[in-house]
Design a protein around this ligand. Structure first.
Ligand code: BES
Ligand code: ZN
Length: 603
């Protein structure tokens, strides 16, 4: 049967030449509408053994191509019969490799049996007193724990049976019937069943396993966390139901049945991830005073922007994130008032300008250029905050009633579908901006040109202006510090201060800390800003070094950890950075680790 490998090689090279949107798949040829995942999670071997079964859409004689990365493929069946398959020869560091399965047009179901490996980058096995496993699929890591057509434009439903050690709970981005785990006869494991009946793209598949408990907030929302975090999480997220009500009032009914939040171990590489029905969140938002709940408003907002209407390609990422930041601030305004939402907006613009300084001009376009690059390169403040600023500028020009009617309609009409930048522009031209407004706003300049256009709406936060006055006073003289109303300030004001105050010396920085106890704050954003100052001012006394070391060793959130390493290198502390990295890299998720490695390589 010499011809089979030959044909497969031809198919394979043919396919490799045609990577579209960060995927080897050709869903227009052969694709699936439902995926069933049967899995066994083994903490001893840190491995998931699984079979994924795909219900194919009607198709012609074409190969089914799935994306894989870091997986050990064991067997492929086509309508129950073992069949040969071809796996790409070498693994592309970004895309992984294609799994190519020949299917006749009559074939209705394909299944793949496989194991995850240490190279399955989506997974983090957290070791310690109680083991924990979680996944992070966005943008293109779903393929590292489930073979799939890993592109945001393809939607499917899924179900799963997941076997985990007795005493641990499994959760997925699906209906979580946690009361109904079934003990396996004669085994030390239990099995959980999941159903996601709404169609989702692959990047929203998610799994978590650990010693997890649940506390209800309303009859449709609640919080999951490890026992030690549950009470804190439950009080911190007490406004969850109110947020859902506010969001529904703005842009239409919540479509995903339940909305729960899972507080993950601190190693989680992001602040939050909008996995449908079950947002994953970092414990670093549990400040104790609800000051960081806007992150939950953000992930909730994705239940519309992103999860209902999904960016077609990662180049359109701003349609997910820019819309979500806009929606997040509207929810925050509804719950806590304009003063709060305007402070958040002002800070988002500060962050945007800082980020843009470090980017090539072409990477500051809203429409990204991620072809042949890691989509991670585009996941920065431009999509979020420049995207927000464009929508805010449109709102201010056309008026809120028109904006809200447009958005409600947008989410209703494109629900469970995809959107790209060009189609959004056409819609906005037709239904949102009359010719005069369109000419004034000139959205093409925002989308296809670098930087921020001059017509950007000037965002003014009174509280931030007041803070800026204090910053000016403190920059001018030491006396300002003594009168600073630090304890009365919101976290946003404190953050504004720490990121703009020009502290004159290391001694003054320590004095500041003694006066206001900054390094003892429960607010991770403030602690992060403080540690950045310590690095910039070379404050490395024992007490501060301990706080730094503890933070780098217990938190894995990339937004905090990567800039700290980067700042150390910039401040000629490379040896120190390498020392910390050596000590803690095992505790970081691949996305955080990979970013730090990039920083460590640079001059
Ligand atoms: N979907 C993102 C997280 C993400 C983006 C993961 C791209 C992987 C690739 C999530 O909604 C998000 O934006 N999280 C932010 C918090 C938010 C308040 C800006 C984060 O994790 O910091
Ligand atoms: Zn987001």
């Amino acid at each position: 049967m010499k011809w089979i490998p030959l044909i497969l090689t031809i198919v394979c090279t043919h396919v490799k030449a045609q990577v579209i949107n960060h995927s080897y798949a050709h869903p227009d040829k052969v694709s699936y509408h439902h995926l069933h995942w049967q899995a066994k999670v083994n903490f001893q071997s840190q491995c998931i053994e699984a079979t994924a079964t795909y219900d194919l859409k009607p198709h012609d004689d074409h190969p089914l191509i799935l994306d894989t990365k870091g997986l050990e493929i064991q067997q492929v069946k086509s309508d129950g019969v073992v069949v040969p398959y071809e796996l790409g020869k070498t693994e592309d560091p970004i895309l992984g490799r294609p799994l190519i399965i020949q299917v006749k047009s009559s074939v209705k179901q394909v299944s793949v049996t496989y194991k995850t490996t240490a190279a399955s980058e989506a997974l983090l096995w957290v070791e310690g007193d109680s083991p924990f496993l979680f996944t992070q699929s966005q943008a293109i890591l779903a393929r590292s724990w489930i073979p799939c057509q890993d592109l945001p434009a393809l939607r499917f439903t899924y179900s799963a049976d997941v076997e985990v050690p007795n005493g641990l709970m499994a959760l997925m981005s699906a209906s979580n019937a946690h009361q109904k785990a079934v003990a396996k006869k004669g085994a030390s494991t239990v099995e959980y069943h999941f159903e996601q009946r709404k169609t989702i793209p692959s990047y929203l598949m998610a799994l978590a396993v650990g010693n997890i408990e649940f506390a209800a907030i309303s009859n449709r929302c609640g919080v999951y966390a490890t026992p030690d975090q549950l009470n804190l999480a439950h009080t911190e997220l007490a406004d969850l139901e109110k947020m859902i009500v506010a969001a529904e009032k703005l842009y239409g009914a919540y479509q995903w049945d339940r909305y729960d939040v899972l507080i993950l171990p601190a190693a989680f590489p992001f602040g939050g991830m909008e996995n449908p029905m079950l947002t994953f969140a970092t414990p670093t938002i549990l400040a104790g005073d609800k000051s960081l709940v806007s992150l939950i408003a953000h992930e909730l907002a994705h239940s519309w922007s992103g999860n209902l209407v999904t960016n077609e390609t990662w180049d359109d990422f701003w349609l997910n994130e820019g819309f979500t930041v806009y929606f997040e601030f509207r929810i925050m305004e509804e719950l806590y008032g304009k003063e709060v939402s305007e402070m958040l907006a002002a800070l988002s613009i500060q962050d945007l300008y800082q980020t843009m300084e470090e980017l090539a001009p072409v990477d500051t376009h809203l429409k990204l250029h991620l072809k042949d690059r890691n989509p991670d390169d585009g996941m920065n403040d431009v999509a979020y905050n420049k995207g927000y600023w464009l929508l805010r500028t449109i709102e201010e020009r056309v008026g809120r009633p028109k904006m809200d009617a447009f958005l409600k309609n947008y989410f209703t009409h494109h629900a469970f579908g995809v959107m790209n930048t060009e189609r959004f522009l056409a819609l906005a031209k037709k239904d949102l901006m009359d010719p005069g407004n369109y000419r004034f706003i000139a959205p093409e300049a925002w989308i296809y040109q670098p930087g921020v256009p001059e017509n950007a709406y000037p965002i003014v936060s009174q509280k931030i202006l007041e803070t800026d006055d204090w910053i000016a006073r403190c920059n001018a003289s030491d006396e300002g510090i003594k009168q600073l109303p630090w304890k009365e300030w919101s976290y946003q004001q404190q953050y504004r201060f720490l990121t703009n105050w020009q502290c004159p010396s290391a001694d003054k920085l320590n004095e500041f800390n003694q006066r206001f106890g900054v390094s003892k704050t429960g607010n991770s954003e403030i602690l992060f800003a403080w540690l950045m100052m310590c690095i910039q001012m070379s404050v490395w006394d024992d007490a501060n070094e301990q706080v730094m070391s503890h933070f780098l060793g217990s938190v894995g959130r990339r937004k905090f950890i990567a800039p700290l390493y980067k700042a150390m290198i910039k401040a000629h502390q490379r040896e120190r950075a390498l020392g910390y990295f050596d000590r803690y890299q095992q505790t970081y998720h691949a996305v955080t680790r990979n970013t730090i490695v990039e920083h460590l390589k640079s001059e």
